[in-house]
Design a binder for this molecule. Structure first.
Ligand code: ADP
Ligand code: MG
Length: 196
């Protein structure tokens, strides 16, 4: 049995996390490894059973509604070497245990997800996942405002920066996201937020 390893790719939206996940999975396939990719049920932006990047790369994947579903699947399907997990920040809190446990069982784990939410705070279990991983490539997008490296995700609701207190899902609101640098990342109503 091989020694497991955890890689967590993180960064804001549009930073190329999914592209990098697809690249690393394809690389493992070239190395003769059997790979499988999972994603949580919540992400239905594009195709249901495919991992899609913003630039059009596509990989087949298995949708699971709970983190423990990954272990259940692996226990029923022998011969897998590498487990990819996209949008890993959306999984329930068990994901930290699941990732550590499958690495302990000898699998390679390649996760990709947002390190921070739109408020700029750690997303779900991501801070812990980044802590327990052996490798943590952190990617930058391009700031929508100035072209600098962007490490933040700007949430925009009805044309304005989303408030710190905005609920995560706003019914009936037109919302969108942009990659922003620290300077241009705006979170109104954040304790201590002052924008001149
Ligand atoms: P992520 O999974 O991090 O959201 P993807 O891998 O899906 O990112 O997409 C990355 C691609 O998005 C880039 O290669 C580029 O083609 C495109 N893109 C769109 N907006 C931006 C931006 N502001 N900065 C960088 N890339 C962008
Ligand atoms: Mg992605």
């Amino acid at each position: 049995m091989s020694v497991g390893k955890i890689t967590i790719i993180s960064g804001p939206m549009f930073s190329g996390k999914t592209e990098e996940l697809i690249r690393l999975v394809r690389r493992s396939v070239y190395a003769g490894k059997k790979c499988i990719v999972f994603k949580p049920k919540i992400d239905n932006r594009y195709d249901k059973e495919k991992v899609c990047s913003h630039n059009g790369s596509i990989l087949e994947c298995i949708i699971v509604d709970k983190a423990m579903g990954i272990i259940d699947y692996l226990e029923k399907h022998a011969g897998i070497d590498v487990v990819g997990i996209d949008e890993i920040q959306f999984f329930d809190d068990q994901i930290e245990y699941v990732v550590r446990e499958i690495a302990r069982r000898g699998y390679g784990v390649i996760g990709a997800g947002l390190d921070k939410d739109f408020r700029g705070e750690p997303f779900g279990r991501m801070a812990n996942l980044l802590c327990v991983a052996e490798e943590t490539p952190k990617l930058a997008a391009v700031c929508h405002k100035c072209g600098e490296d962007a490490y933040f995700t700007q949430r925009i609701v009805n044309g304005k920066p989303a408030s710190y207190n905005d609920e995560i899902v706003k019914v009936g609101a037109a919302e969108s996201y942009e990659a922003r640098c620290r300077e241009h990342h705006e979170v109104p109503d954040h304790l201590g937020f002052q924008k001149e």
